[in-house]
Design a protein around this ligand. Structure first.
Ligand SMILES: Nc1ncnc2c1ncn2[C@@H]1O[C@H](COP(=O)(O)OP(=O)(O)OP(=O)(O)O)[C@@H](O)[C@H]1O
Ligand SMILES: O=c1[nH]c(=O)c2[nH+]cn([C@@H]3O[C@H](COP(=O)(O)O)[C@@H](O)[C@H]3O)c2[nH]1
Ligand SMILES: NC(=O)CC[C@H](N)C(=O)O
Ligand SMILES: [Mg+2]
Length: 525
């Protein structure tokens, strides 16, 4: 069996919408874990992975169907603790000799449950539930149509809910645990404690810390890169900044960053990024002033997808141009994060439509004959921020809101002009200044101004104005996949509108965008 530095937990994914959250909770407990889709897990894989415990996720399928996805039966023969969640519980019961029945979702008489439920303990004491119940019942979140109707031999009931007599079940002699609810979601408020008990039972030492990650990542980068050169597209965003700082710590001068100014950056952004990395971090940064190239090619273009595709193509051309100037560059560094990795491998139910073509440098390495270095592949965004702090990046960089690669182009719906971009930069600067002054920056996931392609009539100082309208956007989100508008006070909105209209020539009307995602998207294009 393979030897690994850390205790490893394997999450087998059956397609639940919330599988990532299982990993997230375990990370908080300093447990190293990986998510793998069920159809990639076989005996050879299990031997190589050498899990110290296994979690079977939820999923949309029904074990009642013959073609339902299943793990190899050997997951129950490895002598390691197994936790089944929802579909995972149903699988365990089905595979270990219990019974599962299809539920009626509507029409009465069914045992389907969606939403909040309360479980109460069915035994006096158990390692799994130790310290979990703050009162005599604990809130959990259910989302299932099928239900377990008979538990497998060797299992007992540890907890029940009004509609789920087998809410929490266990075969404590084999350390098999199976629950109908989802301990990983926020609506199971004390879910972390539940996982803490499971990993204590499994004997994890909690050795997955950011400091250990940093040391190992540095060793890995050195071993991969050797004496070659690495280039890195640096945006000043959190991901590429942390990736660059880490690689710089590993291989120093062998790293060259290319920061592209496409003319679509925010006010003072180019100077801030270049100064910060050259002067404070001592990084080699090529400032690629490609404003004319990008703005020239975007002239007269108003279709959102056309604009995005032009920008994507020019990014590739520019990276190619600078890479050619760097001798023996063999690697391209990217700030790929764990959610990006999972999204591309996860079990998915069907083809999905393209809402917008996110600019992406993924197509680059092959074209340029480069290999990828992705030192953040195993981290979530908030973990990247922790790592950035450890690497000494200033807080102002670490806490930055995400900024999209196509920049202000997608905040200027319709045709882009230099004049509109200048107005937008000023308005955005005032808005962000307001948010900072009111101490709201860190509560908001992302905030920006979009300049609208309409001009409206106003009256200022008894004179008529005919200027652009703009929309303020501010959202809360966990991962950018869903979002809600931020509930600013009316005072804040009023004060901000006044400041923008007074301080930014070219804008005479301010609106606040209160669309959530879905149905909207965060950016306007
Ligand atoms: N102006 C730019 N110059 C060079 N590379 C860029 C630029 N904008 C984006 N990139 C590249 O595209 C990648 C993806 O952009 P993305 O916005 O997702 O990440 P980020 O900018 O590093 O972080 P954040 O999500 O916090 O903005 C970046 O990691 C970077 O490599
Ligand atoms: O690097 C990027 N390249 C892109 O092309 C791109 N488009 C959107 N975004 C960012 O992604 C998140 C979700 O945005 P949407 O709701 O608008 O799709 C938000 O954080 C957006 O800012 C991008 N980031
Ligand atoms: N959330 C789940 O894992 C659901 C499991 C199964 N598809 C059911 O409806 O019962
Ligand atoms: Mg960015």
């Amino acid at each position: 069996m393979t030897q690994h530095t850390h205790d490893r937990l394997l999450i087998i994914d059956f397609g639940s919408q919330v599988t990532q959250l299982i990993a997230r909770r375990l990370r908080e407990l300093n447990v190293y874990c990986e998510i793998h889709p069920f159809n990639t897990v076989d005996d050879a894989f299990l031997d190589a992975f050498a899990p110290k415990a296994i979690i079977l996720s939820g999923g949309p399928a029904s074990v009642v169907n013959a073609d339902a996805p299943r793990p190899p039966s050997s997951v129950f023969e490895r002598n390691v603790p197994v936790l089944g969640i929802c579909y995972g519980q149903q699988l365990m019961m089905d595979m270990l000799g219990g019974k599962v029945e299809g539920g009626k979702i509507s029409g009465g008489g069914g045992t389907a449950e969606f939403g909040r439920a309360y479980v109460t303990p069915a035994v006096e004491k158990s390692d799994l539930l130790m310290g979990w119940f703050a009162t005599d019942r604990e809130q959990v979140w259910m989302s299932h149509g099928d239900h377990v109707s008979a538990i497998a031999p060797g299992f007992e009931v540890l907890g029940t809910s009004p509609h789920a007599p087998f809410a929490i079940t266990a075969d404590q002699s084999r350390n098999f645990y199976a629950v109908q609810f989802h301990p990983e979601v926020h609506h199971t408020p004390n879910g972390l404690k539940f996982f803490e008990n499971f990993i204590r039972i499994a004997g994890f030492s909690g050795d997955w810390t950011m400091n250990a990650y940093r040391e190992e990542a540095i060793e890995k980068i050195r071993a991969t890169v050797g004496d070659s050169h690495v280039i890195c597209g640096l945006s000043g965003g959190v991901d590429s900044s942390v990736a660059a700082a880490l690689i710089h710590e590993a291989v120093g001068d062998q790293l060259t960053c290319v920061f592209v100014d496409h003319g679509l950056l925010r006010k003072n952004e180019a100077e801030e990024v270049v100064t910060m990395f050259r002067d404070n971090m001592n990084l080699k940064v090529i400032y690629a002033d490609e404003r004319e190239l990008f703005l020239g090619e975007l002239e007269g273009q108003s279709d959102p997808e056309t604009k995005r595709k032009i920008i994507g193509r020019l990014f590739i051309d520019v990276f190619q141009k600078y890479a050619n100037q760097i001798d023996d560059a063999k690697f391209l560094a990217q700030g790929t994060l764990y959610p990006d990795v999972i999204e591309s491998v996860s079990f998915s139910g069907g083809p999905s439509v393209t809402i917008k073509s996110h600019h992406n440098v993924g197509g680059l390495p092959e074209k340029m004959g480069l290999k990828l270095v992705e030192p953040l592949r195993e981290l979530f965004k908030d973990e990247v921020r922790v790592l950035g702090r450890e690497l000494g990046l200033p807080p102002s960089f670490i806490g930055r809101h995400p900024f999209p690669g196509p920049g202000l182009a997608i905040r200027c719906p319709g045709e882009i002009t230099r004049a509109k971009l200048d107005i937008l930069r000023e308005a955005d600067a005032v808005y962000i200044d307001q948010i900072r002054k009111h101490g709201l920056y860190d509560d908001i996931w992302q905030a920006f101004v979009a300049i609208l392609p309409v001009r409206t009539v106003g009256v200022m100082g008894d004179g008529r104005t005919y200027d652009f309208a703009c929309a303020l956007r501010a959202v809360t989100s966990v991962d950018g996949m869903t979002a809600d508008y931020y509930p600013f006070s009316h005072e804040f909105l009023g004060e901000t509108a006044t400041r923008i209209i007074n301080e930014v020539p070219g804008i005479n009307r301010v609106t606040y965008d209160i669309t959530s995602k879905p149905p909207g998207t965060i950016e306007w294009e």
